[in-house]
Each structure stands twice: as structure tokens, then as C-alpha cells.
Design a protein. Sequence first.
Length: 148
Amino acid sequence: MYKRILVPLENGPADDAILKHVTDLAKLLGAQVLLLHVADGWAARNMEQLNLRESQEIKEDRVYLERVSQQLRRAGVDADALLAAGDPAKEIAAAAERESVDLIAMATHGHSLLSDVVHGTTATALRHVSRIPILMVRVPAPGPAESR
């Protein structure tokens, strides 16, 4: 059914939620996982136009993606990684098309509708620009000790 799964990562705590699901799903289906991080800071968005050097943020993102790819491979999952820069929803949709993925699997924070309208979310925007099925896994709310 799904042979290539694109997993957008934030380089943050929410990544654990989606990676747990995708690792099991990929093993079950024998699917390849393609990790993607979209750097969206000012330097990342303007790097090519202004001929900027790679920022420290992008270097750290590259190291993070390689570390997660290696973890998935050690768990028995065929994994690769991409680093992009720009608007996250647009970059995820473009990578999904370009890389011929069957499924986009991503973590969501479970904001309310009003919060999504005010703040916007990558998941909400992606639903409107991608034709590829999207699996959204809600990040568990932090426990009492974690929320401090």
C-alpha cells in the first residue's frame, strides 16, 4: 500500500510521537522513510537569493536528520533524509511530489480551530496544497512535570 513515507520533522520533542508510529508502520509495510526538515528561519529562507553561507541552524538540522536516519536504520527501516528551506507547507508538498511518496506522516500539536486560524499550522496549510494522503499523529500533552 505505502512504499515511501515522507516524515516532516521539527527537530523538537514532537518528532518522537510521529517517529514511533512511522517506525512500526514502515516495518509492517516494508516501506522506505524519507525524513524532511524545513529550515524556515530568515537565513534559511534567504540563503540562495543572498548567497549566504550555511547557517549554524542549518548545520545543526543536517546533523539531526542524519542522527534520526541512523536510528531508523538501526531499527531495521530503510531511511533517508532531505533538508529544505522556506515555507514548511509548500516545501513538504513539493518534496512529496518530487520524491513520489505515497503518504505524508506528521505530528500535530492539536491546537483548537481558533488557534489554528490565529497562528496557522503547517498541517492545516499542507492539507490544502497536497494531494497525497496525510497521516496526522497528535503529540501527547505534556504531563504535570513536563509542563513546568
